[in-house]
Design a protein around this ligand. Structure first.
Ligand code: 15L
Length: 261
């Protein structure tokens, strides 16, 4: 069984998906915070993304990395810079120094959040970040390409919509991804024989999608869940438009007006 390192292992996405990943991989879990309830088969490697020595120890000997670590929403520039720019660089660099070639990078829809919902975009559009957070995700994608083409890494950047048990609101009906569809897509990044660097969207089979996810399908992704199955319930509880066209019309929703200076 291969060993998979998950960074950001104390966070929500890792916590929801660890049981599914355990069916396929021996898990090494890394975070600077305490990882909840590790099982006897899981090992914990505590590491801050700013600490190269700790990161190298965490990365050493694994077959692949799922990099969920860093800051997952908008924050002040210092926080984003340290966690998502320097931290992401350190992670890729630690992997290079330790000879780990496979990396799945958790990018975000907020790298392209200023595209209007009326437009269906593929992965080839120029980035249009809606936050400093989204900007850091665009940086991570570019970093993946650098390490792939310059150093021979094999990298999948997943522009994650929102990984949760059920879509939380109207906007998430377009971008939702079930935990098992997320795991399927990550496994493509870890196992696909002909990967260099690819960008895909992390969403399930969503009728209301505003992303063209052909690149994921080309790589073999076959989502099994559909946000539409939850649409009636979600729309019944929906508060309606906010009245701010930036929030209501752009893909990034509330992130387009988020300000944390
Ligand atoms: C993200 O990138 C965040 O990490 C997540 O918490 C959600 O807010 C998601 O985007 C979203 O767009 O809903």
């Amino acid at each position: 069984m291969k060993t998979l390192l998950i960074t950001g292992a104390a966070g929500g996405v890792a916590t929801q998906t660890r049981p599914l990943f355990r069916e396929h991989y021996r898990l090494r879990l890394s975070d600077r915070a305490q990882v909840p309830d590790p099982t006897p088969e899981e090992t914990v490697a505590t590491a801050d993304l700013g600490d190269m020595d700790a990161l190298r120890r965490a990365v050493s000997g694994v077959d692949g990395i799922l990099h969920l670590g860093g800051y997952a929403v908008e924050a002040d520039w210092g926080t984003i810079h340290d966690a998502n720019i320097v931290g992401c660089y350190n992670l890729f660099e630690a992997a290079r120094l330790e000879g780990v070639k496979r990396i799945v990078f958790a990018s975000s829809n907020h790298a392209v959040g200023y595209y209007p919902r009326a437009e269906t975009i593929g992965v080839d559009v120029p980035v249009r970040p809606d936050t400093r957070y989204g900007l850091s995700k665009a940086f991570g994608e570019a970093l993946g390409a650098l390490y792939a083409y310059k150093y021979g890494a094999q990298v999948l950047s997943i522009r994650i919509g929102n990984v949760t048990g059920e879509p939380g609101d109207r906007r998430r009906l377009a971008i939702w991804q079930s935990p098992r569809d997320f795991v399927q897509l990550v496994r493509i990044g870890l196992e696909h024989p002909d990967l260099r660097h690819e960008i895909v969207y992390g969403m399930s089979d969503n009728e209301r999608a505003w992303w063209d996810n052909q690149n994921a399908y080309r790589l073999g992704y076959r989502p099994v869940d559909r946000s539409e199955d939850y649409a009636e319930k979600v729309l019944a509880e929906d508060q309606g438009p906010t009245g701010d066209p930036r929030i209501d019309n752009n893909q990034g929703g509330p992130f387009t007006v988020a300000e944390v200076i």
